[in-house]
Design a protein around this ligand. Structure first.
Ligand SMILES: Cc1ncc(COP(=O)(O)O)c(C=O)c1O
Length: 313
């Protein structure tokens, strides 16, 4: 789906016109993938709108930048304020927010240090990322996730998404909606843009970060919600075949939110219907995000935009 444009984009502390947020073809990021970014959602609520886990997302942006020795000339507070300013200037909610820090126009060599760091924040309407209520049909990808000590999986870097693109394109070419990748040792890692949870005999499992998974903010939200409800949750290595014999499997991610999976490699998961535990967790997640349940974990940052205007995705 083409991006629905908005009016303004935040660039290095100032709002500029959407059409003017351009970079030169010789920018370092174009050639070497030198960017780190975030994906954040702002939800519509009965009393306006709110960004979900904004400080956690912006802290991860700073962490990703730190791994790549990229100096961001803004504090966590300034970045959070930039997101709020952008959403309020555009008056668009609910929306998806894309902050990105990139190595701009400077030198052409691999060493990025001679190229400036530019920070942008855009927001735009974006609806459901994966299949709706029945659950997604997914496959195990023939592509592995990034090996440890190659591309750092904890950094949400643009370059990592070349691997994600291979996973996603292969899955769709073979008639699936998404692929789950294994790590280099053949253990479950994550989807092209989502973390994975497995439910078996009432216990939840998700791969630990050491299996080349991104430290998902939604993953953390689900771990918190599940423990709060009273479920046992373990972060442990998951062999591929545990997915096939699970009672429930679901994805988590800012784009995918909490998304049930109904088949993997055409093997039906459980009875092929949305599972009870997935449902309980997703009800709580959407209840908080949509302002219909108390924000008991302090996850929402209000923005002054009436959620009814002007567009929903
Ligand atoms: C590779 C990958 N894993 C997991 C996630 C989920 O992370 P989050 O819940 O923070 O969006 C994402 C999305 O950002 C991702 O791209």
């Amino acid at each position: 789906m083409p991006i629905q444009t908005t009016e303004k984009i935040w660039r290095n502390g100032n709002l500029i016109a959407w059409d003017q947020a351009n970079i030169h073809v010789m920018s370092h990021v174009i050639h070497y993938g030198s960017s780190v970014f975030e994906g954040v959602r702002c939800y519509g609520q009965p009393q306006g709108s709110a960004v979900f886990r904004l400080p956690e997302h912006m802290q991860r942006l700073l962490d990703s930048a730190k791994i790549y020795r990229m100096e961001i000339p803004f504090t966590l507070e300034e970045l959070c304020a930039g997101v709020v300013e952008t959403i309020e200037a555009n008056g668009v909610a609910p929306c998806y927010i894309r902050p990105i820090a990139l190595r701009g126009y400077g030198e052409i060599g691999v060493n990025p240090k001679g190229s400036p760091v530019d920070v942008y924040i855009a927001n735009f309407p974006w609806g459901k990322y994966l299949a709706g209520h029945g659950g997604a049909d997914v496959c195990i990808s023939s592509w592995n996730r990034l090996a440890p000590n190659t591309m750092p999986a904890l950094a949400k870097a643009g370059a990592n998404y070349m691997n994600s693109q291979l996973i996603k394109m292969e899955a769709e070419a073979n008639g699936y909606q998404e692929g789950i990748a294994l790590d280099v040792n053949g253990l479950v890692s994550e989807g092209s843009g989502e973390n994975v949870f497995v439910v078996r005999n009432g216990v939840l499992f998700t791969p630990p970060l050491g299996n080349s998974a991104l430290s998902g903010i939604t993953r953390d939200s689900v771990l918190t919600i599940a423990r709060h409800i009273g479920f046992t949750v373990t972060e442990q290595a998951i062999p591929r075949e545990l997915l096939y014999i699970a009672d429930e499997v679901f994805f988590t991610g800012t784009a995918a939110e909490v998304q049930g999976i109904r088949s993997i490699d055409r093997i039906v998961i459980g009875d092929g219907k949305p599972g009870e535990i997935t449902k309980k967790i997703s009800d709580e997640f959407f209840g908080i995000a949509n302002g219909l349940k108390p924000d008991k974990f302090g996850w929402l940052t209000p923005v002054k935009v009436d959620a009814s205007e002007p567009v929903t995705a």
